[in-house]
Design a protein around this ligand. Structure first.
Ligand code: SF4
Length: 63
């Protein structure tokens, strides 16, 4: 499953990073980085929690 970020919505507060740190990272410039463009093995629950927890609904899955 591919992880899609709506950059226009993301405010880079990093809630996704706190819920799924193996997948999401907010860098020093305040930009959200995806460590993986797809859901890694064993990370489905964490990624779904991050999607549900994103306050701006900037995250979704495709595929
Ligand atoms: S939780 Fe949502 S708004 Fe916050 S950094 Fe992650 S994708 Fe962006």
């Amino acid at each position: 499953m591919e992880i899609i970020v709506d950059r226009a919505r993301c405010t880079a507060l990093g809630i996704c990073e706190s819920l799924a740190p193996e997948v999401f990272e907010v860098d020093d410039q305040g930009d959200l980085l995806l460590k993986s463009n797809t859901v890694p093995e064993g990370q489905q629950g964490e990624v779904e929690a991050a999607i549900a927890g994103c306050p701006t609904e900037a995250l979704r899955l495709r595929g």
